[in-house]
Design a protein around this ligand. Structure first.
Ligand SMILES: [Ca+2]
Ligand SMILES: [Ca+2]
Ligand SMILES: [Zn+2]
Length: 654
């Protein structure tokens, strides 16, 4: 069969075993394979269609494009190690990887930073046809550049279109310690083939009114931020001009809102605040004794921990009844059972926690909070060499007794504060508190948007590091989220042992991609809450991959190496709109950077993602085969069909 001439026999068999059927193929001259994240609903539709052959609108006579030429010339420069993975939905690379993609520029620069940027930009310019950007210098703005502990440089670029931000679209160029580009990855879109209309018909003020008129709960109390004109490009619809702003309803509710600037249509809206999974059936606070680090002045002891290495003693420390000034301290305030937005303003009632006896008299909630913040700080410093949540030794603040009997705890990024209600025994729930604080790290690194797959990744990294902090502090992880809160909300070792709701007909949490929950699975009638597309539900697939890597697989690599790989994945590789497939590549790349290409750790990382069906499909074809991927171009698309919702929607074209 023709198919076997280009598919590795073994991989073909594997795909067939996994339930994929290749229904129909006609003769074709060349082929390539594209990876894209699973789209369960699309897959379901495809099943009904039996087979779908799409004729591209462009002229078939045009056979060679700059894009097709780009691959052979890159292959010539990069050699056989070249590996390109494409996102077929938008026709841009998920990643381009080789031993060396672009050598460090030999031109002279004042600093390593400037030289690295020029090398990265040279790579982007030279491969612009492959990357899908007409003018990378104009269309990519460098937003962050850092050198990691392995001496590798990472440059994060944000996409622009005629000066407007394209959102959420980013890519990262990675340089080895010699300054050569060896990897590029990202979630971005091609330069729109036809110019976009850049004059809004809908004004910013009209956009806000439209948003407030829609169904945001309590939006009449809402405060909208200044709308920003953007090109909205989530990768599922074609890019369009839009207004983006937040509608803040309360301290823990802030709706990211995008309104079409031409039609006024609501394009997306989701609550970006990450509430704690604060479910449970009540449990008394344990009277556990915790050591405290305090600040003493004139016989009064205040709950300010200056014992961490982040503390900067050159900045004067000052303490008043309701404010503490310090740099690099852990500070706990007591909000005295007033709500977060009391009549006198946000946290206006919070006071410092004091006692005249260093061994007695402190508010119990504050003692617990000080212990938790200290453990989270120590974990990230010791295990991940991260100095505080912001990575810069910024204060960690805890605010306890917020509201009356509030059954919630959440991280407030603006205040760099962990906020605790007193309705649950959070003081003992390290996994939940570390989960919340990890959202603070995510927002400063990958900054994953809180919707669908990127949102599920955001949640998964919080669950994972919640467990890792628990393991660090207590000596073991139980792989259960919500330990000590009275009710387990997620199980990383065996996700599907739990149902997503307390009804006997509710679906189970997914273990793998074939069990991925669509919005319809979550909210069949479409009237309720679909959890932003299942961010707390589909996260289980990533959670489970992590568990397998750390402990579950035969030859699993253990917690300490697994957590290093996933921390690197989150902080160095993922971008705002990363999908599960991006996480697979990012984790493998991280393992290779830490432990070497072909290392056991890298192999096991791939196996862990295989096991949850976030699978790779064949690599870039050899250079004599014409290169094509995506919606724009010549030829036929043939779609693989699957018996179930397995992830295998690779697209082939001639
Ligand atoms: Ca806001
Ligand atoms: Ca736990
Ligand atoms: Zn969360």
């Amino acid at each position: 069969m023709l198919i076997k001439s280009f598919l590795h026999r073994r991989r073909y068999k594997k795909l067939v075993r996994r339930g994929c059927l290749l229904l129909s193929l006609t003769a074709f001259s060349g082929t390539t394979f594209c990876a894209e994240p699973p789209e369960p609903q699309t897959m379901a539709k495809r099943l009904h269609n039996v087979i779908k052959v799409v004729r591209s609108p462009t002229n078939r006579a045009v056979r060679t494009t700059p894009r097709q030429n780009a691959l052979p010339s890159l292959r010539k420069r990069a050699g056989d190690s070249l590996d390109i993975q494409m996102r077929s939905s938008v026709g841009t690379p998920i990643q381009i990887k080789a031993n060396i993609l672009e050598r460090a520029t030999t031109r002279n620069f004042r600093s390593k930073k400037a030289r690295d940027e020029e090398t990265a930009r040279q790579f982007l310019r030279r491969n612009r046809a492959l990357i899908g950007l007409k003018n990378p210098d104009q269309e990519l703005e460098l937003v962050r550049q850092w050198i990691d502990e392995l001496g590798r440089s990472h440059l994060r670029f944000s996409q622009r279109y005629h000066g407007l931000p394209v959102w959420p679209a980013e890519l990262t160029v990675h340089l080895n310690p010699d300054g050569d580009v060896h990897l590029m990855n990202g979630t971005f879109v091609r330069t729109p083939p036809k110019p976009l209309l850049l004059t809004p018909f809908v004004t910013a003020a009209e956009a806000i009114n439209l948003a407030l008129a829609k169904k945001i709960p309590n939006s009449h109390n809402g405060m909208a931020s200044l709308p920003q004109l953007i090109v909205y490009a989530p990768g599922k619809t074609s890019p369009r001009l839009a207004w983006k702003f937040d509608v803040d309803v309360s301290m823990n509710t802030s709706w990211v809102t995008v309104i079409d600037a031409i039609t006024g249509e609501l394009l997306t809206q989701y609550n970006q605040m990450m509430g704690a999974a604060a479910t449970g059936s009540g449990q008394d606070k344990l009277g556990e004794k915790r050591p405290l680090n305090l600040w003493e002045e004139n016989g009064t002891y205040t709950m300010v921990d200056t014992s961490k290495s982040m503390f900067d003693s050159s900045v004067p420390l000052s303490i008043s009844a309701n404010h503490i000034e310090a740099k690099g301290a852990i500070i706990v305030y007591d909000n005295q059972n007033v709500s977060d937005s009391g009549s006198r303003g946000v946290f206006a009632e919070s006071v410092s926690v004091t006692s005249t006896d260093p061994n007695a008299g402190f508010v119990a909630d504050a003692v617990g909070a000080a212990y938790l913040l200290s453990q989270v700080y120590d974990y990230y410093l010791e295990r991940q060499a991260r100095n505080s949540i912001d990575g810069q030794g910024g204060n960690l603040v805890g605010i306890v007794r917020v509201g009356q009997n509030l059954k919630n705890a959440y991280w407030n990024d603006t205040f760099q504060a962990m906020v605790f209600g007193d309705g649950r025994p959070f003081a003992n729930a390290l996994d939940v508190v570390a989960h919340e604080m990890t959202h603070g790290i995510t927002s400063k690194t990958a900054n994953l948007i809180y919707l669908d797959q990127p949102g599920a990744l955001n949640e998964a990294f919080s669950d994972i590091f919640g467990e890792m902090v628990e393991a660090y502090a207590t000596g073991q992880s139980d792989w259960l989220v919500g330990t000590n809160l009275g009710k387990i909300t997620r199980n990383m070792k065996d996700p599907s042992s739990l149902r997503i709701k307390d009804t006997p007909w509710a679906p189970h949490y997914p273990n793998k991609m074939s069990e991925y929950l669509t919005k319809k699975d979550i909210d069949p009638l479409g009237v309720g809450n679909n959890d932003n597309g299942g961010v707390h539900l589909n996260s289980s697939i990533i959670n489970h991959a992590y568990y397998l890597l750390a402990e579950g697989l035969e030859g699993a690599i253990g917690l300490k190496e697994a957590e290093k790989i996933f921390y690197r994945t989150l902080t160095m590789h993922l971008t705002q709109n990363s999908q599960f497939i991006d996480a697979r590549f990012a984790a493998i790349n991280s393992a290779e950077e830490l432990f070497g290409v072909g290392s056991t750790q890298a192999i096991k990382t791939a196996e862990a993602f295989d096991a949850v069906e976030i699978i790779n499909i064949p690599r870039t074809p050899p250079p004599h085969i014409a290169f094509f991927c995506g919606r724009y171009g010549a030829g036929f698309h043939l779609v693989w069909l699957c018996e179930s919702r397995f992830w295998c929607n690779g697209v082939m074209s001639s």
